[in-house]
Design a binder for this molecule. Structure first.
Ligand code: DO4
Ligand code: MG
Length: 289
């Protein structure tokens, strides 16, 4: 089952079951009032099946909102060989840090975004005005409830300014965290409906003026760390009363001569979930088409 946060044509927001090209809004007037509360259930599939439903409509008739309520969005780094190689190339000074963290039991984890910095499907993501080398990072994203139980999966785009993080690893938060820095969506696929880990492919397409300027893919089987291992590290002396999401790192990095431009469109496809599509903007430039 896939669950989305949607805005209906009358302006109401609710949670909906997604099925191919249609959505079935749930009537939340008598039970859980948010997606987060639904994900707190011991049996999310059974809870959703028990909720009253409204009329099914075409997905094109509603706005898809980011599937985020109050959760913090965290991210893991250097979990794929490709990411380790790219970081070592971009930062001579910090190359050994990236090499060591790839091999170490303790992963790199960082706070990527709070909800107001998140863009959902179709909403713009930003490249920093003070950065010259910017890339999207397509990442399978784990969805956890307040007990850090893995209840679902979504697609994440960990937008990154490579010149800033490459200049000095202490600048990592600035390279990663700013307004419109995180794409999340288009919905959550419940854990019970995901393909096995070794069958989850990830694809990235960047289009400029409608034509692909970068395409790449990887598979979650290339990831060096396990989901439960990452969640275990995240939860050490760390509580998440409103749940959490964890981007699991990128295995696709464009060549070093590539940088995003305002007007590009970034599509990330992940098996079992769908496609997250975001136009790219930059402060001072006109919005992407
Ligand atoms: O250490 C820098 C960030 C790594 C990252 O975001 C990734 O590997 O996805
Ligand atoms: Mg990343």
């Amino acid at each position: 089952m896939k669950l989305a946060r949607i805005r209906l044509s009358n302006g109401d927001t609710t949670v909906a079951i997604v099925d191919a090209g249609s959505v079935t809004p749930l009537d939340l007037s008598g039970g859980p009032s948010s997606l987060f509360e639904i994900l707190e259930s011991e049996d999310v599939d059974a809870l959703v099946a028990s909720l009253p439903q409204k009329t099914t409509v075409l997905i094109s008739e509603v706005d898809l909102l980011p599937p985020v309520d109050q959760q913090e969005i965290w991210a893991a780094g250097v979990t794929y060989r490709r990411s380790r190689a790219a970081r070592m190339e971009e930062s001579e000074a910090a190359a050994s840090c990236y090499d060591r963290v790839y091999e170490s039991p303790r992963p790199e984890l960082f706070l990527k975004a709070t909800p107001h910095r998140v863009a959902g499907n179709g909403q713009p993501l930003r490249i920093r005005a003070d950065a010259t080398w910017n890339v999207p990072e397509p990442e399978l994203t784990l969805v956890m409830n307040s007990n850090l139980q893995l209840v679902g999966y979504t697609i994440g785009n960990d937008m990154s300014s490579r010149d800033i993080e490459g200049d000095n690893p202490l600048y990592l938060p600035q390279a990663k965290v700013y307004d419109q820095c995180a794409g999340v969506g288009p919905w959550i696929t419940l854990a019970s409906a995901m393909p096995p880990r070794e069958k989850i492919g990830i694809g990235l397409t960047i289009r400029r003026a409608g034509k692909p300027v970068f395409e790449g893919q990887t598979g979650v089987d290339q990831m060096a760390r396990g989901f439960e291992d990452l969640i275990g590290w995240l939860g050490r002396d760390n509580s998440f009363p409103t749940g959490a999401m964890l981007m699991t790192g990128t295995g696709v990095v464009p060549d070093n001569d590539f940088t995003l431009q305002a007007g590009d469109v970034v599509d990330i496809r992940i098996d079992g979930i769908g496609t997250l599509s975001n136009p790219i903007v930059q402060a001072g430039s006109s919005p992407a088409g």
